[in-house]
Design a protein. Structure first.
Length: 298
């Protein structure tokens, strides 16, 4: 893994042999392990749940590692290798959904199943994206301009920064548990925001390049044959619902659920609904993945 990887262990089901299946949660661009704190405790009734921080995100330092899509994928693969044992169930949101899917095709023996929540998966047509999202990625793509934009953004308070991000990701921020928002603010206050912005910028540029030239990645993902649950917010402004519909048309065996009146992060905005859908998938379509995954963390 070429350096430390921070993760949050949310425990697992009491009395389950070998701690039950292992579920590893992967956050999106600019996120952290805290993105899973509203659903992790409930999901831990059914699986051992851990949430890691990708390269330069949360509490994982970049070090000599590169915060690109492949760099994040390599960190995830190294983490799973360090955990050892049987394959895991990966749960990924946004960029983390893409990283999880790429891990499943790159090292298929490491993954038993996938839960993809509003994943940033490439398709031949992305669909309509909110102008503010397009502007953000265009600014970040320009050398020098992206750095200046993020430097100006750092002048905001940590609370204002967190709430602006949630405003774009949610239909109604008031649905996000207050204690979860407070934890995000504390993490932002205690972090080196310049280093975090550098990882964000390099990750955003890597993701933009992949989305602009999706062919190779689309062909790679065509071979994805793991039990998969695809969840998508009906009112996602960052990854349009039409993109998810095209993905499910290409993978009709996946289970597809739409989170009503919800944005890009259902696990934060609709945690009870999201938990119930994942629980049902684990009991039915994902039961084969559950049976294959039983590796506790050492």
């Amino acid at each position: 893994m070429d350096g430390p990887v921070h993760y949050l262990d949310m425990g697992g089901p009491d009395g389950a042999p070998d701690g039950g299946p292992l579920m590893v949660c992967v956050h999106g661009l600019g996120g952290s392990h805290l993105n899973w704190s509203a659903v992790g405790p409930s999901l831990s009734r059914h699986a051992r749940v851990v949430a890691l921080d990708l390269v330069g995100h949360g509490l994982t330092p970049a070090g000599r590692r590169t915060p690109t899509i492949e760099g994040h994928r390599r960190l995830l693969g190294g983490f799973l290798d360090a955990v050892g044992g049987s394959p895991v169930i990966l749960v990924g949101n946004s960029m983390g959904g893409l990283v999880a899917a790429l891990q499943a095709v790159s090292e298929p023996d490491s993954v038993a199943g996938l839960v993809l929540i509003d994943p940033a998966l490439p398709t031949d047509r992305l669909g309509l994206v909110h102008p503010r999202v397009v502007a953000n990625f265009l600014v970040c793509a320009v050398p020098g301009l992206g750095e200046c934009y993020l430097a100006r953004r750092r002048r905001r308070s940590a609370e204002r920064t967190v709430r602006r991000v949630l405003d774009m990701c949610c239909v109604d921020v008031s649905r996000v548990p207050a204690e979860v928002i407070a934890a995000h603010v504390r993490l932002t206050e205690g972090s080196d925001r310049a280093l975090a912005d550098d990882a964000y910028l390099r990750s955003a540029r890597s993701l933009s390049l992949l989305m602009a030239n999706p062919g190779a990645t689309m062909r790679e993902l065509d071979g994805l044959a793991k039990p998969t649950l695809l969840i998508h917010g009906a009112r996602d402004l960052l990854v349009p619902l039409s993109s998810a519909r095209r993905m499910i048309a290409a993978h009709p065996r996946w289970r597809f659920e739409i989170a009503p009146d919800t944005g890009h992060v259902p696990m934060l905005e609709a945690p009870e609904w999201t938990t119930s859908v994942i629980e049902d998938w684990l009991a039915h379509q994902g039961s084969f993945a559950v049976a294959r995954s039983s590796a506790p963390l050492s």
